[in-house]
Design a protein around this ligand. Structure first.
Ligand code: ATP
Ligand code: MG
Length: 421
């Protein structure tokens, strides 16, 4: 029978502390998914024989594939190999070929192999040895009563090439023809419950389809993500299903969907600017340059990013952006007239086609009853469109207010450019 489900066990007491984090399981999950194998459970286990054995035994009851990472080193606390052999009742024998390779590795650096490294040449009966060109510990692959049990080293620079080079092949042979196909929609400017309401009836139909579609809604800062996946042996059919479902969701959510291909907001905006041959500049107060930072995170952004000014102080709003003193005095720095004047100022100073002005109160201090923390005014000027200005009330602490402000501003740029097509 084909392998469909997996459990990952990350081994190492250091991963239970506060300084090292298990990232190998993310890499392994991604690669398994590409083979049509879904991770259902993962755990992090310290270097303890009985804990490791208990977790492994349980994994065998519920997963087709059990993948270990770590604990293949030469020292006493590296137990993975022994525990696996123990639990499966397999005798271990010393593999002379592995021993020769480890010796040669030391010899290349003019060293003799320490005796402790002999442990790494121990192989449970029937295991396929996975060569490790980047370290001493080879990996191991075992077929056991319908399960595949895989032992990979802990260091990512050893684990990753081993997985792709010599582990993916045998797993793929045993995984059958089904693969997992995915698509996603990123939405902003609509709350999670609104998205849920619009998506639910569509979701329900596809979830009951054949093959069934798996659907999730994830709320993140400043956006909601819809993820769709189908497991199918027929790739063309799966892609067609996903395309159709995505089309229906696009119909229901309309212009709030900013990306259907995984691109981030700043990439979407950058691509639009590039396609229209337009440049952008921004005058930022409460976001402290975050908008410019996000735009310039995208490689090649020099094609359309002109300049940014961070004008925190009112005197600098006047001096660097030509915001009239009277506007500041009359309306206050966080006001629609000032946001527009900031955008006009940066546009006049730079000659950029698209100009953004952002001014607000990121908190925790500085709020008033009329303008509480989270009040942010955004103005966008773009060719062929009326000047845009709007006052938002964002919820959250300082970094969240800053991010949501840039997300709303970039989204407005996106929509103005999309409309002016
Ligand atoms: P070796 O001892 O031959 O290097 P090993 O399999 O014994 O291999 P470990 O000693 O368990 O590897 O881990 C070595 C280092 O690899 C750890 O200190 C850690 O930095 C990194 N590492 C281990 N497990 C993980 C993991 N799950 N995710 C990310 N990094 C890891
Ligand atoms: Mg270890």
């Amino acid at each position: 029978v084909a392998l469909r489900t997996a459990e990952i066990i990350a081994v190492g007491s250091e991963l239970l502390g506060t300084t090292r984090i298990d990232t190998n399981s993310l890499y392994i999950t991604d690669r398994l998914s590409g083979l049509g194998i879904e991770v259902h459970v993962k755990s992090v286990v310290g270097d303890d024989r009985s804990d490791l054995a208990a977790v492994f035994r349980q994994a065998l009851t519920r997963a087709d594939v059990v993948v270990f990472t770590g604990g293949l080193g030469p020292t006493d606390d590296d137990l993975t190999r022994e525990v696996v052999a123990d639990v499966l009742g397999l005798p271990m024998t010393l593999d002379e070929a592995i021993l020769d390779k480890i010796r040669a590795r030391f010899a290349r650096r003019g060293l003799t192999m320490p005796e402790v490294n002999r442990r790494q040449a121990q192989v449970p009966r029937g295991a396929i040895v996975l060569d490790n060109p980047n370290g001493t510990a080879p990996g191991l692959f075992l077929d056991h009563e319908g399960h595949a049990v895989v032992l990979l080293p802990g260091p990512p620079r050893e684990m990753q090439p081993m997985f792709d080079g010599v582990c993916a092949g045998p797993l793929s042979e045993r995984a059958g023809a089904e693969r997992i196909y995915r698509t996603s929609l990123f939405i902003t400017g609509l709350g999670e419950s609104h998205v849920e309401q619009a998506a639910q009836p569509i979701y329900a139909r596809w979830r009951d389809g054949s093959p069934p579609m798996a659907t999730t809604i994830l709320a993140a800062m400043g956006q909601v993500e819809l993820h769709l996946s189908v497991r199918d042996a027929d790739g063309a059919r799966a892609r067609r299903m996903l395309d159709d479902a995505r089309g229906e969701l696009l119909g229901a959510l309309g212009e709030h969907v900013y990306s259907t291909d995984g691109r981030k907001m700043e990439e979407v905006v950058g691509d639009l600017l590039k396609a229209r041959g337009l440049t952008i500049a921004a005058a930022e107060s409460c976001t402290g340059g975050l908008l410019m930072s996000r735009l310039t995170d995208v490689p090649g952004s020099s094609a359309y990013v002109r300049a940014g000014v961070i004008a925190y102080d009112n005197a600098d709003k006047q001096r660097l952006l030509d915001v009239p003193e009277a506007l500041l005095a009359q309306h206050g720095a966080v006001s629609e007239p000032v946001a527009v004047a900031m955008a006009e100022g940066i546009r006049a100073r730079t000659g950029a086609d698209v100009a953004v002005g952002i001014t607000g109160i990121a908190g925790p201090g500085g709020g008033t009853p009329q303008k509480p923390v989270g009040t942010v005014v955004i103005s966008v000027l773009a060719p062929g469109a009326d000047a845009y200005v709007r006052t938002f009330q964002f919820i959250g602490e300082r970094t969240q207010v800053k991010f949501q402000s840039t997300q709303a501003a970039l989204n407005r740029v996106r929509r103005m450019l999309a409309d002016s097509r």
